[in-house]
Design a protein around this ligand. Structure first.
Ligand code: 5AD
Ligand code: SF4
Length: 334
């Protein structure tokens, strides 16, 4: 295998279009590169969806502000501290704090980060959307390690059509600011958005490579019945896997998770992803009573399960995929 091979847009597009045996060969190539770099180790990160309050109205998202049928919740700072310490006791070495986009809880999060960092060594990833440079600095100083902010699509026109409240250049600027401030930065896209082409998807992968992002969280677009995109059909799992494998081959040593949306699209989606280039698994660690209310898309899995069994279930998923769950922070390795 060539180390750090450079791929062109058309080569990536070809990978995305592969079918059947040729696609399986692609998954195998991506899997062997992953095993060459990481062995059979799969890193685990627990996601805590601490608030579904959102001021934005992204067309695809089930918790957009326009959806009046969502029961809004917010986990206060004292409860959140406790949940993170529980995750630490359950052997999580990384947690992701995710929420909708509003500013009102930002100061609480600074306090939560400082508290947790004074008590234990757990990597903290934030996934709270676009914020001011000052806010990103404040959280970094408090001890945050990583930030996830998906670009969602690198097709500017499509981005603008899907995001009535956002500006594409501002999203790019936020990503660059996060990198400059020394966060490990994750981004990603949805696969199968309306009017998205293979060319767009191939450009997405080149964008990840060119900007050297550390983590790449991607997944299928799945419709939510209370959004304007309710009638759009999802892509097939094979396209998601082609994308994932191509992304591994092109971006080489990035951290790539098997995501919940993959498991929602296909009940073996996570196992398949773990054999096609993914080296990370991100189970939900949100307390059960809130899970029903954090539905970004329909039929989201694991809404009946509770956080206390998360590690046990995750270990089984990883083992079914023939891999080994490792309890490490899983920092970017170069
Ligand atoms: N289908 C799939 N993924 C979605 N997200 C939001 N809505 C959907 C949907 N309908 C993803 C976005 C966002 C992440 C938190 O969830 O990519 O960045
Ligand atoms: Fe809000 Fe994020 Fe959903 Fe957009 S994708 S509506 S910012 S929670």
């Amino acid at each position: 295998m060539t180390v750090n091979k450079v791929y062109s847009l058309s080569e990536i597009k070809e990978m995305l279009l592969l079918e059947e045996e040729e696609a399986f060969a692609l998954y195998e190539e991506a899997n062997s590169l992953t095993e060459k770099l990481f062995g059979k180790s799969i890193f685990v990160r627990g996601i805590i969806e601490f608030s579904n309050v959102c001021a934005k109205n992204c067309l695809y998202c089930g918790i957009r502000r326009g959806n009046k049928n969502v029961k809004r919740y917010h986990i206060g700072k004292e409860d959140l501290k406790k949940i993170i310490m529980d995750a630490h006791n359950d052997n999580f070495k990384t947690i992701v704090l995710q929420s909708g986009e509003v500013d009102v809880y930002d100061n609480d999060i600074t306090e939560v980060i400082e508290y947790v960092k004074s008590k234990c060594d757990i990597a903290i990833t934030l996934s709270m959307g676009e914020k001011s440079r000052e806010q990103y600095i404040e959280w970094k100083n408090a001890g945050a390690d990583r930030y996830l902010l998906r670009i969602e699509t690198t097709n500017r026109k499509l981005f603008e059509n899907l995001h009535p409240d956002d500006d594409f250049d501002n999203r790019l600027k936020s990503l660059m600011t996060l990198k400059e401030l020394g966060y490990e930065v994750g981004t990603g896209v949805m696969i199968g958005l309306p009017k998205q082409t293979e060319e767009d998807l191939a450009s997405d992968i080149l964008f990840f490579k060119e900007n050297d992002f550390d983590m790449l969280g991607v997944g299928p677009f799945i419709p939510h019945n209370e959004t304007p995109l309710r009638n759009i059909k999802s892509v097939n799992m094979s396209m998601v896997l082609n994308f994932l494998s191509a992304m591994r081959l092109v971006t080489y040593d990035t951290n790539i998770p098997a995501t919940t949306s993959m498991a929602t699209l296909d009940k073996e989606g996570r196992e398949k992803a773990l054999n096609a280039g993914a080296n990370v698994i991100m189970p939900n660690y949100t307390p059960q009573k809130y899970r029903e209310s954090y539905k970004l898309y329909d039929n989201k899995i694991c809404t009946k399960e509770d956080a206390e069994h998360t590690m046990e279930f995750t270990k089984k998923t990883v083992e079914r995929a023939g891999k080994v769950l490792v309890l490490e922070r899983g920092d970017r390795r170069r």
